[in-house]
Design a protein around this ligand. Structure first.
Ligand code: HEM
Ligand code: NAG
Length: 414
């Protein structure tokens, strides 16, 4: 069966190659409404042409569409809609949430990396993780725990590194620094473990961080194949990107297992308040499930915050007017609470930084740290704009954007 489809795939690929070659020479610039659909292959040719710039491409198409929503069809039952409509996003993620699980395709492609972690489950398994996590995030103790851990990371690592670079006039890779910063923070806050990636030695934790990066990139790369299942062939023969992926997953698993093991030994001694302790408190959870939980939380906390901060500082570097206003706001708050430069702030003080919050939100609106979300559709449904969507289709949801010059549709905050 597998070999039959392999054979078929090969012949089909060759035919497709010639077909694509012909339409490629005839293709016009992208001014149409929605995705171009060619006979038999649907939107596959344009997908292949644009998959290296998937976000720019889909954003551009959606900008020209009614309610920023477009449907597409590809061979191999890959069909669905892509939307950037806030109403439709709300419908899928909130109003009719039950009808839009992650779905089997998504879960299968990410299973090697994420297992049954919160980012890769639906139903009961999702619910128990979500409940535990949201409960934890709302407790005062976790907030203080997080604030104290992040403050410590700031004062003993991030700021000294920046000060030293300033003094020696050394150029830093700020994004790399922020990734390490975010990684230390998430491990401390979620697992009460300090990986020390931002510590004195620039290479500490580097192997794991690289492996994690590879595992995330290569796993999501599986969504970019011309034929949805063809990564399985590479995986079966342990070739190329699949070989690298499996290797990086081994490193990621070893790291997560180490966290669990060290925490299990400690558990006997003290009663911790971090997220992982909550999960470990339930003796029904296997070590493997705990490992998956750890991996999903690293994924949730690392790239998101570091990407948001990188873009924020990058934007700020060309907007001295905004920088001045942020500094002015901080100065007022310092004066109000009798603080000096370099002092840290508590939650109430942080809450008064309205302009700073608006600036960070604006940076995330322009450069969303999570630009795509994927859902499946369980039962036939009608979207708020009247679009019909049938069950079992796949839906991608990029954030709200108009694609032209990388600008987004949301209301300007600044
Ligand atoms: C700038 C920072 C962040 C951004 C932009 C961000 C964005 C997102 C987005 C878009 C989702 C998907 C929502 C959905 O599909 O309904 C999500 C889910 C989630 N995020 Fe974040 N996130 C950030 C930071 C964090 C941090 C620091 C954590 C904590 C460790 C975290 C934990 C989670 C969890 C647990 C989920 C739920 C997954 C699920 O229910 O399936 N996120 N986040
Ligand atoms: C995080 O903060 C808490 C509370 O201050 C502290 O007990 C804990 O040791 C810190 N964790 C790490 C890994 O630094």
């Amino acid at each position: 069966m597998e070999f039959f489809s392999l054979h078929f795939l090969l012949i089909f690929s060759i035919l497709l190659y010639f077909y694509l070659f012909f339409i490629h020479s005839k293709s016009s610039k992208n001014t149409q409404n929605g995705f171009r659909n060619y006979p038999l292959v649907g939107s596959l040719p344009d997908f292949l042409r644009n998959r290296h710039r998937f976000l720019d491409w889909t954003t551009g198409v959606l900008a020209g569409c009614q309610s920023n929503t477009a449907t597409f069809h590809r061979p191999g039952k890959v069909h669905g809609i892509i939307t950037a409509s806030p109403q439709i996003v709300e419908h899928m993620l909130k109003t009719n949430f039950e009808n839009y699980p992650k779905g089997i395709r998504f879960r299968t492609l990410l299973e090697d990396f994420l297992g049954r972690g919160i980012f890769n489950t639906d139903g009961e398994l999702w619910k128990i993780q979500r409940k535990t996590a949201s409960y934890e995030f709302n407790t005062k103790s976790l907030r203080n725990f997080a604030l104290e851990n992040v403050t410590m990371e700031l004062q003993t690592r991030l700021i000294p590194i920046l000060e030293k670079a300033l003094k020696n006039e050394r150029i830093l890779d700020f994004q790399d620094i922020l990734e390490r910063f975010a990684f230390d923070n998430i491990c401390k806050v979620a697992f009460n473990v300090d990986p020390g990636c931002l510590g004195g030695d620039a290479t500490s934790g580097g192997e794991f961080m690289q492996a994690f990066e590879d595992a995330a990139t290569l796993s999501s790369g599986r969504f970019m194949y011309a034929f949805p299942g063809s990564y399985k062939i590479k995986k079966f023969f342990n070739l190329g990107s699949e070989k690298t992926l499996q290797k990086s997953i081994v490193t990621v698993h070893e790291f997560a297992d180490k966290i669990i093991r060290s925490r299990m030994e400690e558990m006997a001694k003290k009663n911790d308040e971090d997220l992982l302790s909550r999960f470990m408190g339930n003796s029904e959870y296997s070590a493997e499930f705990l490992r998956d939980i750890v991996i999903s939380f690293i994924l949730a906390g690392r790239d998101t915050t570091s990407s948001a901060l990188s873009w924020f500082f990058w934007l700020l570097s060309s907007r001295t007017d905004v920088e001045d206003k942020i500094l002015k706001e901080l100065e007022n708050i310092r004066r109000k609470y009798g603080k000096a430069i370099g002092d840290t702030y508590n939650f109430d003080e942080l809450r008064e930084m309205n302009y700073l919050q608006a600036a960070i939100s604006e940076a995330m609106r322009l450069y969303p740290p999570v630009p795509v979300d994927t859902k499946a559709c369980k039962e036939d449904d009608i979207l708020p704009d009247g679009t019909f969507i049938g069950k079992k289709l796949v839906y991608f949801i990029p954030h709200i954007c108009d694609g032209k010059n990388g600008k987004y549709l949301g209301k300007r905050l600044l």
